[in-house]
Design a protein around this ligand. Structure first.
Ligand code: AMP
Length: 204
């Protein structure tokens, strides 16, 4: 199954993606994670992306589009994938449709995790505090000022994808303000996955 997870920063896309890939046995493709790995490895792309990410802005469509298209072409993604954080602009959505179309493929569904804005900053700060208490590095963009910029980019560039995918009849919206397990259940139900697959999700 080829799925996209759509939602604002802090909606729980990463957490839910991990649960979906465990239930569906497909790879998790996180554009943010691919970029953070490139930054950590100090590649050319990583050096270009680092300051942009630190400012809470979006990296250029072509740069991230190619990175994701390369992953989609891999054998491990033949049976499907869960894309998390990509596409984030209409241009990226069109590129994705093109990259899939070249292979005779299309998306099965776009799962929109809807969370009211007031709850999001709280979640981001909680994520930073939890990482710190585990002795892990805190993401430099999990900070209130940068968060506001990421939200602005979401409203301006990513939110229009909701209408784009609704028109394409791919959009499934789930209330992401509910407990994590409940959100996972509703996401799986939205793509017609039954109890047996659901029981494989971690934490169940
Ligand atoms: P995330 O982990 O999805 O919150 O992404 C972290 C940061 O990586 C974002 O704030 C952007 O700077 C960059 N990024 C991730 N995915 C994309 C994308 N699809 N398009 C542009 N920039 C992205």
């Amino acid at each position: 199954m080829r799925l996209v997870l759509l939602g604002p920063p802090g909606a729980g896309k990463g957490t839910q993606a991990q649960r979906l890939v465990a239930a569906l046995n497909v790879p998790h493709l996180s554009s943010g994670q691919l970029l953070r790995e490139a930054v950590a490895a100090g590649t050319t792309i990583g050096r270009e992306a680092k300051p942009i990410m630190e400012r809470g802005e979006l990296v250029p469509d072509a740069l991230i589009g190619e990175m994701v298209a390369d992953r989609i072409k891999l054998k491990e993604a033949e049976g499907g994938f869960v894309l998390d954080g990509y596409p984030r602009t209409l241009a990226q959505a069109v590129m994705l449709d093109g990259a899939l179309g070249e292979r005779g493929m299309k998306l099965d569904a776009v799962l929109h995790i809807d969370v009211e804005e007031a709850a999001l900053l709280k979640r981001i700060l909680q994520r930073a505090a939890e990482a710190e208490s585990r002795g892990e590095a805190v993401r430099t963009d999990d900070d209130p000022v940068v968060f506001e910029k990421r939200m602005a980019r979401y409203r301006a560039e990513t939110a229009p994808l909701i209408a784009y995918y609704r028109k394409a009849r791919k959009l499934k919206t789930v209330d992401g303000g509910q407990p994590i397990d409940r959100v996972t259940e509703e996401l799986l139900a939205a793509i017609g996955i039954g109890e047996s697959a659901r029981s494989k999700a971690p934490g169940k």
